[in-house]
Design a protein around this ligand. Structure first.
Ligand SMILES: [Zn+2]
Length: 320
């Protein structure tokens, strides 16, 4: 998953303008070659064009030439020759790990001659993203504010990877440990995921459910609970979000996003808390009808706050 943040920076236009101009020509040369030869093979393009272009554009750094080559061929590949991507002298210039580095707020970009180093002014709301996400690329674009002034803007793509996954794993360990250690709880009733996915839920919810983070949480809870002699079971969650846990009245409009408001008895609560209680009660009803095991099934005291925290990853754009 990629997130893009835009940070306005002042770049030396006398160096970037000719660079962007020449890179556009290199890009277009690859596009022309690709169409003429009906291929977007990078090795073939390198063999036939690299040395020619190095001679023609000696001041463009070698790594940047290769980045531009890859961008051009990937653009062709994306549409399988259906459209012809062409760059103008002022088109945005893509940077990747070969042509840029980011250490903290210090960004270094490959350019004509010496590399250009600048300190990014990271806005407060991007700080967290900057500290936890891996940086995988940037685009330098020129924005003409007035006829005289040229402003450059660097947008950076941040790739959700190792660090964010480790964070999620730690969170899952922590949550499952707390849950499994709940005193007085012998059975954990979870929604049967296989049936949830076929139901109509929000796109965002489906992505979250389909994500490995959710699956991982189940795995962690299962082995931790079983180690303590407890059980994890699954329950069909049908109607559990529309049913009032107090009066059992089922109506789809009882639920509105995170709010649950029963049209029959007026009961109000967090929609997830209402659904969780229904899942517990359904399990008790269907699995232990007429037995005394019922008494051993309890539900941990899940507050709406902790539900909110559990869902936090989806609001952070998980799975997208
Ligand atoms: Zn009700």
């Amino acid at each position: 998953m990629k997130r893009t943040v835009s940070i306005p920076v002042e770049l030396p236009s006398e160096r970037f303008f000719p660079l962007m101009n020449q890179c556009a020509e290199i890009f277009n040369a690859h596009v022309d070659w690709s169409i003429a030869n009906s291929t977007y093979n990078k090795n073939k393009a390198h063999k036939e064009l690299y040395h020619l272009l190095r001679v023609q554009f000696p001041s463009v750094p070698s790594a940047l030439l290769q980045t531009v080559r890859d961008n051009a061929l990937e653009a062709i590949k994306a549409t399988k020759f259906k459209s012809i991507p062409k760059k103008k002298p002022t088109s945005g210039l893509r940077y990747d790990k070969r042509t840029m580095t980011l250490r903290g707020k210090q960004l270094t970009l490959s350019c004509i001659g010496k590399r250009v180093t600048l300190i990014l002014d990271v806005p407060e709301y991007f700080r967290e993203v900057f500290e936890t996400w891996d940086f995988c690329g940037a685009t330098v674009t020129y924005t003409k504010n007035t006829k005289r002034k040229v402003r450059a803007e660097a947008s950076s793509e941040l790739n959700l990877s190792g660090r964010e996954k480790r964070f999620m794993k730690d969170t899952n360990h922590c949550v499952s440990k707390k849950l499994s250690n709940q005193p007085g709880v012998a059975v954990f009733v979870l929604e049967d995921l296989s049936s949830i996915r076929t139901q109509r839920r929000g796109k965002k919810m489906n992505k979250w459910l389909g994500s490995w983070a959710f699956y991982q949480q189940e795995q962690f809870l299962s082995y931790k609970a079983e180690a303590l002699g407890k059980r994890v079971v699954h329950q069909d969650p049908r109607y559990t979000s529309a049913k009032c846990n107090i009066c059992k009245h089922i109506r789809r409009t009882n639920r509105h996003k995170s709010r649950f408001h029963c049209k029959n008895c007026g009961h109000r609560t967090h929609a997830d808390l209402n659904a969780a209680k229904n899942i517990r009660d359904d399990y008790i009803l269907y699995s232990t009808q007429g037995t005394e095991e019922q008494a051993s099934v309890n539900m941990p005291d899940v507050s709406t706050d902790s539900l909110g925290q559990l869902q936090a990853p989806s609001t952070r754009g998980w799975g997208g």
